[in-house]
Design a protein around this ligand. Structure first.
Ligand code: PFF
Length: 455
């Protein structure tokens, strides 16, 4: 009865688009290219693919199995699949973690709105490097405009969510994900034509296996986790909107492939541009909001209109990719409030909006008036990023893999993964997937988890 009321995604492609929308985001644009270049180019990409295949994909499948088996939010899922146990309390972690992430993620999403507006007025043309850097630092330190942009970003996510799973999330991802690929392809093709672009290509792919050590392996695994949105319940909740007919393995592999493809295309697009302007690449916000605008500024000398258009396309790409991820992060809390607290969807979305808006404002202010507040040596923004990507995501992923590998009945996991034994390929690879979820994932995440705390 209850399940009949629950919305479902409209088919295989819609599922992959929504999940890829969650996966493709700032992580692909500001972290992946830099990590790849710094850590041995193609050698890093190789480790990243292995980590995605043998670690992230099994965890992705574990989350999908819990979500689709229960057809419920993260809390309800634990209550349905392990009634009367403490597991439901652990799921609270996966409700809080995405809300922390979306709070600071939305601040950066907001910055991209401001930079999109700047690029629409061709504000980067022929501006010296130092001025671009100070433009960025004084912008993020100012109190009002970043908060206004954060409000617009989060508000847009909320409007999409209020429309529901099918008319909101599904519709938005269905058009935005293909557009993201078209945009990044156009930018990539243009960047490849720039003088000196090949240095960027070399930086990204020149294989240097001597750089591969335990730190690099951990970085690759951490990035693969972050990029696939694991451990915080987004994949669980999206999978809870997947009908029993669909093949979970196909949506998992499809999402991972799209995410990787986008990361590599964005990596080449960003790095070729950065190298052609003679800028040293860095990670994080500096790459997008300092190095790239400088690239546009230098390009403007010879072709101001083209450089202006490329700048606009870049910031639209960043903004849209952040929106699809932001929506998925907020949905975890919305689903919880709708199903467990019986709120109307609009009210639930508003509640999540208010909570994350407040935390986001504090994160934004932590670059300006509140910069004196330090938590473990970081401002609030840095702390939220650190605690979620190094700690909460790994902890969540560990719990999901333990739940599927040790708490759920093996026959139920089999049933869910193979659609009752009807999917032949899934039947054949079930043993391997189960082994990875039950033994390898908890072991490896345990190591990542400890190293995140200790290193
Ligand atoms: N995968 C997103 C990115 O690469 O930017 C970030 C993210 C989205 C993390 C959703 C976690 C999540 F639940």
């Amino acid at each position: 009865m209850e399940e009949a009321k629950r919305e479902h995604f409209g088919g295989r492609l819609a599922i992959i688009m929504a999940m890829a929308g969650s996966a493709i985001g700032l992580g692909n644009i500001w972290r992946f290219p830099y990590l790849a270049g710094e850590h041995g180019g193609a050698a890093f990409i190789f480790v990243y693919i292995i980590a995605s295949l043998f670690l992230s994909l099994p965890i992705f499948l574990a989350e999908s199995i819990i979500g689709r088996r229960s057809h419920a939010n993260t809390y309800g899922a634990m209550e349905k699949l392990a009634p009367g146990t403490k597991w439901k309390w652990m799921s609270i972690l996966t409700i809080i973690a995405p809300l922390i992430i979306v709070s600071y993620y939305s601040v950066v999403g907001g910055w991209s709105i401001e930079y999109l507006l700047k690029s629409l007025t061709f504000s980067f043309n022929n501006v010296p490097r130092a001025e671009i850097s100070s433009m960025f630092s004084s912008f993020i330190a100012s109190p009002w405009i970043p908060i206004a942009c954060h409000t617009v970003f989060l508000g847009t996510c909320a409007v999409i969510l209020t429309a529901g799973v099918k008319s909101g999330i599904e519709k938005f991802s269905n058009w935005s994900v293909p557009i993201l690929f078209i945009l990044i392809l156009v930018i990539l093709l243009y960047s490849l034509t720039l003088p000196g672009a090949m240095d960027g290509v070399e930086y990204m792919i020149k294989p240097d296996f001597s750089k591969i050590d335990s730190k690099v392996i951990l970085a690759a695994m951490g990035q693969s986790f972050y990029s696939l949105s694991l451990g915080v319940g987004t994949i669980l909740v999206y999978s809870s909107y997947v009908s029993k007919k669909e093949n979970l393995l196909v949506s998992g592999v499809g999402t991972a492939v799209f995410d990787l493809l986008f990361a590599i295309m964005a990596g080449f697009a960003v790095m070729t541009a950065v190298f052609s302007a003679g800028v040293k690449p860095g990670a994080g916000p500096g790459l997008i909001f300092e190095s790239l605008p400088y690239v546009f500024s230098t390009m403007a000398g010879s072709a101001p209109i083209i450089s202006g258009i490329i700048a606009i396309l870049f910031f639209v790409t960043i903004l849209v990719s952040a929106l699809t991820s932001g929506v998925s992060l907020m949905e975890v809390g919305v689903a919880y409030l709708v199903e467990e607290k019986k709120m109307r969807r609009g009210v639930a979305t508003l509640s999540v909006f208010i909570g994350t808006w407040i935390l986001g404002c504090l994160c934004s202010l932590s670059f300006g008036p509140m910069s004196g507040l330090k938590i473990f040596g970081e401002n609030l923004f840095g702390f939220c990023d650190w605690i979620s990507s190094n700690f909460l995501m790994a902890l969540g992923a560990l719990l999901f893999s333990l739940f599927v590998g040790w708490k759920m009945k093996k026959s139920d996991v089999y049933d869910e993964f193979t659609n009752g034994g009807t999917l032949r390929f899934n039947v054949r690879c079930f043993k391997a997937v189960y082994f990875l979820i039950r033994y390898i994932a908890p072991l490896v995440i345990g190591i990542i988890f400890l190293s995140g705390i200790l290193l």
